[in-house]
Design a protein around this ligand. Structure first.
Ligand code: PA5
Length: 433
């Protein structure tokens, strides 16, 4: 289960019970607009039903395709940017072995990303690697016209065709794009690639629970059925429960908007597991692109502790008081390592012997919270039992739903991203398009 905890005493009177009461009519309206699909941007609310729309048939088909890829590829390249790659990367990085590439006893290809950067050295390095490895690729672009993945795909398609010949190259490419339009769709028809559809009514950053996220996650060997099931379970809770205390999305959307309205303009997503780093990247895109508009919006930032306590810790403790923290607390690790007893105790650590690293990490987490509360940083804590597919599915849908609610509370359309066009227009002019 996902639990949300907000201790009013740590909000330094910025948020009081009365504020929540005052917020209720707006919150009820935001909830209604979202679930009845009657609010701003309602043409992009298909993601609300993704967990119940992904059929068993589609899951089986994706798993079968993933199996085919695994049989012929040592490396699997996911070509996409923004919402077309961050979701799958968030889940894969959260679940994979920390040293996957070197450990290498799993029968799954290494997942590599392309089209998320224009770095020439990155692409040259990737081509050097792919010269030596058997690979397949999936190109993902809803619009089918985004420059970064389009360029990467042109280069990789040409590499693949030289390496395997045109026919086999075709069998190693899957395209995930719009049902009808876009350059990628046309190319896929022309070449006869296997394709999956990004539903019309689902925007990029809300597309994790569609083939966009599910195919790469399946190729990496993770249980997409359990991921979708987790989302399905929490979806029901979040949609049907209109009691504030029982709906963590209502609580989260309310607390963050209240803190924002009281002058906290940065939300820091905090994790204590390096495997969640890309989850934070996904979350930053979700909230940043959904709420950062019309001159408004919390700035989403993130830290991965305890690592970042030794870089950003000073600022959070003691710098300008701009932020609040949303902490992802994971109760159980999947593996165990205990501190060994040492007869010499030269390092003075015997007081920790036989204690697990998770216990120590949790103490670091609580200690940091206490220190940051002293430093007047309000905190929201989101707790989950462990990191597995089901819990991650819940967390994904929880944040998506909260983001929709929160955007409506803020008074913006959380499902468009007009600001993204600005840099593209300037860049295309400079490139002479
Ligand atoms: O959330 C979004 O809509 C964006 O981040 C897109 O996912 C990103 O710009 C990539 O777009 P596309 O999938 O059309 O290539």
């Amino acid at each position: 289960m996902i639990k949300l905890n907000f201790d009013f005493s740590t909000s330094f009177s910025l948020v009081e019970m009365g504020d929540i009461k005052d917020m209720m009519p707006k919150l009820e309206m935001a909830h209604k607009s979202l679930v009845e699909k009657s609010g701003k941007g309602n043409e992009f609310l298909g993601w609300l039903d993704s967990p119940i729309k992904v059929s068993k048939g589609l899951i089986l088909d994706l798993q079968a395709e993933a199996e085919k890829i695994r049989k012929k590829a040592e490396v699997y390249v996911v070509v996409g940017i923004g919402g077309s790659y961050l979701g799958s990367r968030a889940i894969i990085e959260a679940l994979k072995h920390s040293f996957d590439a070197l450990y290498g006893d799993r029968n799954f290809p290494q997942i590599i990303y392309a089209g998320q950067t224009l770095s020439e050295d990155y692409m040259a390095d990737l081509l050097e690697l792919l010269d030596k490895k058997d690979y397949c690729l999936t190109v993902i672009s809803k619009s089918g016209t985004t420059l970064e993945p389009a360029i990467a795909f042109r280069i990789l398609k040409s590499h693949l065709e030289k390496k395997y010949g045109k026919q086999e190259a075709r069998e190693r490419i899957i395209a995930i794009t719009d049902k009808e339009k876009g350059a990628l769709k046309n190319l896929a028809i022309e070449e006869g690639y296997k394709t999956y559809i990004v539903p019309n009514d689902v925007g990029g950053r809300y597309s994790l629970l569609t083939p966009v996220g599910l195919l790469p996650i399946a190729v990496a060997g993770f249980d997409i059925d359990a991921l979708v099931e987790g989302a399905r379970l929490i979806r029901y809770q979040l949609i049907t429960n209109t009691i504030f205390e029982d709906n963590p999305a209502w609580q989260y959307a309310t607390y963050r908007n209240l803190l924002y309205s009281k002058g906290k303009s940065i939300e820091m997503l905090v994790n204590y597991l390096p495997t969640l780093q890309y989850f934070s990247e996904w979350w930053k895109q979700l909230f940043g692109e959904s709420e950062g508009k019309d001159g408004k919006g919390l700035f989403p930032a993130s830290v991965s502790n305890t690592t970042d306590l030794h870089s950003m810790g000073q600022y959070i403790q003691d710098g300008e008081r701009l932020m609040f923290e949303t902490i992802i607390h994971v109760e159980n690790s999947n593996k165990k390592v205990k501190i060994p007893y040492d007869g010499t105790n030269n390092d003075g650590l015997n007081y920790l012997s036989n204690i697990s690293l998770t216990e120590i990490n949790h103490k670091a987490e609580v200690g940091t919270s206490m220190a940051h509360i002293e430093g007047k940083v309000p905190q929201i804590i989101i707790s989950l039992d462990k990191l597995d597919e089901e819990h991650l599915g819940k967390l994904v849908f929880f944040f998506e739903f909260s983001c929709g609610l929160s955007g409506y509370l803020l008074g913006v359309n959380p499902f468009d991203q007009p600001g993204v066009e600005a840099y593209k227009n300037k860049m295309f002019t400079l490139l002479g398009k």
